[in-house]
Design a protein around this ligand. Structure first.
Ligand code: BGC
Ligand code: BGC
Length: 599
């Protein structure tokens, strides 16, 4: 009787303190590890550059798929098979430590053919809707889990301030509190029920100041991306740390270091940022991953980059081994790392801390018990159930910025003429980080274009015609033109001027000659400069980068949904107003923060 009482108490106590038992498991395992095995755990290689045998020979602890790093069979089964084959190799190592596989599923599982692709964060920001953003993350996690993958390099908690930045769309808002709310909703959606197979580890990125770099300071031949952010302590605490503190308080498992410099010093080299601020002061207990070749950008040779970054508190290095593109060989990384330890430039204590953090996350994820893809999630991958939520996200993200009484359209308009580069193009709707790192125009994956959405919304007696350049539209009753930006990602999208393209201007001119009301829809990763154009338009909608479900746009056009989207930042009136502070009322923008019309 008495003994069973103690057993109950024990079960009760270990239920209260599950972390304790994980800490114990971590300590036990760490005790058994050699230095080589520890260094292996701290190493992440892109699958494109990995010799799979090295999982066994070097105990590599993590693999990633960078943008566009897809298996030959880019189907859901192809991914699950690939993932399992790597985990099988990890099971052949002495200690059988499972791999943790990371990917950028930043708007749905966007490298995988047939995935449900959601709006990029800029669009989600304009929904101001935590519940919706949670649902989006939950579905993304399920689609990621269907491929076996454990870890998402998301959410991006950048607070973008300069529209010329090519990563503007990766941020939710200019308002740190909104970034904190939506970022946390995302983390909860990914990490919901940790240890169950549909739960994936989140990664708050990029720590810190990625959205505050200054034009002209960019690195890697970029204009602003990876540049220098000049941030006072006050701004650090009142702005940049807000979303991170909330993410940490809600259990985010990993944080990614940022490419940019913080007051002149590369973040990747800063012990202040990772050891003191993130881990000590903010209380972050997960692990820190470096960004793609991020340590290489620290001044000095590669060995000193390794020493500096590990000592600064980086726990795992995204090497990623892209020698063919000028990156470092991961074998050199392993060798130089070991040398640095033997010389005493990196302490064993620092390594034990890093490896403990990594192992802890692997235990919390349930990877030791469950390291193969759960194929039961495959059926729902890209399903209509998932796409319905994406469509909801699209219609809620659209911001109606002008309406001279033309919207909503009636479904029995006799003749609608549709035009523009973005009207019938899934790739353009999706933007960067879709199938490829940079994204791509064209029929890149399954989805519904905006044109197709319009065609299926109208009644049978209505005619919808389409010409990409806006020609041949005579006799129509209304024109709809979809303009905007071609796909780009990161610094490749840094742009000095944000004018409409020549192509768009020409198409607009073609449409304007017919004198019917003109509805303009913009697909873009940021506000473009339209002050000199908008007077010619009867209605204007910002649709951001909505993803695969273009029928969310027609839901708004035809009034099936009364628009609720509001700007999550201010829309500058000209390039000279950039960077415009969303709180600056003295210097009015073209459209203010939270502007958005309805019917
Ligand atoms: C980006 C990160 C991304 C990583 C892996 C980097 O270039 O800055 O946001 O997670 O690549 O693809
Ligand atoms: C990778 C991306 C990465 C980028 C950084 C690309 O080749 O696929 O994931 O973010 O390089 O430069």
């Amino acid at each position: 009787m008495k003994i069973s009482k103690y057993i109950y108490i024990f079960i009760f106590v270990s239920f209260l303190f599950p972390k304790k038992s994980i800490d114990k498991k971590v300590a036990n395992l760490l005790d058994k590890m050699t230095m080589d095995e520890k260094i292996g755990q701290m190493t992440q290689v892109d699958r494109r550059f990995l010799n799979p045998q090295d999982i066994i020979d070097f105990g590599i602890g993590s693999i990633l798929s960078g943008g566009g790093s897809v298996p030959e069979d880019n189907s859901i089964e192809g991914w699950a098979n690939m993932y399992d084959s790597y985990q099988e190799l990890a099971q052949q190592t002495r200690l059988k430590i499972p791999l943790i596989y990371g990917i950028d599923a930043v708007h749905g599982h966007n490298n995988v053919k047939g995935a449900t692709i959601f709006p990029h964060n800029i669009g989600l920001g304009c929904t101001f809707d935590k519940k919706l953003v949670y649902k989006v993350a939950d579905i993304t996690a399920r689609e990621v889990a269907a491929t076996g993958i454990d870890w998402n390099f998301a959410p991006c908690l950048a607070i973008p301030q300069d529209e010329r930045w090519g990563r503007y769309y990766e941020g939710y808002s200019e308002d740190p509190d909104l970034v904190a709310d939506l970022g946390t909703a995302t983390i909860k959606g990914y990490q919901n029920k940790l240890g169950k197979k549909h739960s994936i580890a989140a990664c708050a990125k990029h720590f810190i100041g990625d959205g505050s770099t200054l034009w002209g300071t960019g690195d890697n031949d970029y204009k602003i991306d990876r540049g220098n952010a000049v941030i006072s302590d006050e701004e650090l605490y009142n702005k940049h740390l807000i979303p991170y503190q909330k993410a940490i308080d809600n259990g985010v498992l990993t944080v990614m270091a940022s490419f940019n410099s913080y007051n002149g010093l590369k973040c990747h080299a800063s012990g202040y940022l990772f050891n003191d601020l993130l881990k000590e002061e903010l209380g972050f207990e997960g692990f820190v991953i470096s960004d793609w070749r991020g340590i290489d950008e620290i001044p000095g040779d590669y060995k000193s980059d390794i020493i500096t970054s590990i000592n600064a508190g980086i726990d795992m290095v995204m090497v990623p081994g892209d020698v063919i593109w000028g990156g470092q060989d991961y074998h050199d990384f392993l060798r130089l790392f070991k040398e640095s330890v033997l010389e005493g430039s990196i302490s064993e204590e620092r390594i034990n801390d890093a490896v403990s953090r990594i192992l802890k996350v692997k235990y919390m994820m349930g990877l030791f018990d469950n390291h193969y893809a759960d194929r039961s999630y495959i059926d729902d991958f890209g399903s209509s159930k998932h796409r319905d939520v994406a469509r909801e996200a699209v219609r809620k993200s659209i911001v109606l910025l002008k309406n001279e009484g033309i919207l909503p359209l009636s479904k029995d308009v006799k003749h609608i003429h549709v035009a523009g580069l973005g009207a019938n193009d899934i790739g353009m709707q999706c933007g960067g980080w879709t199938m490829e790192w940079q994204g791509k125009l064209g029929d890149i994956t399954k989805g519904t274009t905006i044109l197709e959405g319009i065609q299926s919304a109208v009644l049978n007696n209505s005619k919808v015609t389409y010409d990409i350049n806006g020609e041949n539209g005579q006799n129509a009753d209304v024109g709809i033109i979809v303009i905007g930006e071609k796909p780009y990602a990161e610094g490749v999208g840094d742009r000095e001027n944000l004018n409409l393209s020549e192509e768009d201007i020409a198409t607009l001119k073609n449409m304007q000659k017919y004198n019917y009301p003109l509805i303009v829809i913009m697909l873009s990763g940021r506000p473009l400069m339209i002050s000199d154009q908008i007077n010619n338009w009867d209605a204007f909608l910002a649709a951001w980068l909505p993803g695969t479900e273009g029928d969310g746009v027609s839901d708004v056009l035809f009034g099936d949904y009364n628009p609720t989207g509001k700007l999550s930042f201010s829309w500058p009136n000209s390039i000279s107003q950039i960077p415009h502070d969303y709180q600056d009322k003295k210097n009015p923008a073209l459209f203010d923060y939270k502007y958005g019309l309805n019917y």
